[in-house]
Design a protein around this ligand. Sequence first.
Ligand code: AMP
Length: 226
Amino acid sequence: MIAVVLGAPGSGKGTQSRLLSEKHRLSHVATGDILRSEIAMGTALGRQAEGYVKKGRLVPDELVTAMLAARIEQAPKDDYFLDGFPRNLRQAEELDKLLKRWGGRVDTALFLSLPASEALKRLSARQICAKCGAVYNAITKPTRKPGVCDVCGGAVVARVDDAQETAIQRIAVYEKETTPLLDHYRRRGILREIDAAGEPTQISRALEAALADFWDHRDGDGNGGK
Ligand code: AMP
């Protein structure tokens, strides 16, 4: 199964995708996480991407698409949770082409819906472990020890691109570039909208329900309309 997770920066895509992938043993691919790690390692890709990420702009499609293709090619038959890709219609088309090579397709698009004002509020309090990527919130989910990751002991910091001006820019980019994907997947009949304004556990439950629904229907199709 290939699931794409859509939503504004701060809607909880990363946290929720990570939880669900662990639970259902799906491969979680977060293009933002991969880019941050390439930047931290100072690779050629990281150096090319750094300026865009820091300014809250999209990294050029060719770079991100090649990066994603390389990741999927490592295990093309896995089930995937794609978090942060596609970000625009062009990437969605490239993803279709890529998956077609292995007889796959996007099966479900899970949309975490959140008003921009709430997304911005969350980004201003968000903290992230520089080592393992675990996500915290200074108000609603602080680390046990200030600045230290509960999971791996790494340093927990605010993301540079969560600074207010950059966060505003990222939300604007999301609205212009990414929201057309909602209609794109809605037209295919695979968009599931989930209210992301509630508590993380509530959102997890809603996502679980959407996935269960997808699996039920798929199994039904596969068994002659059971
Ligand atoms: P995220 O962690 O998903 O919020 O992504 C952080 C940043 O990485 C974004 O603001 C972009 O600069 C870059 N990025 C992540 N995914 C993509 C993508 N699919 N296309 C272009 N840029 C991306």
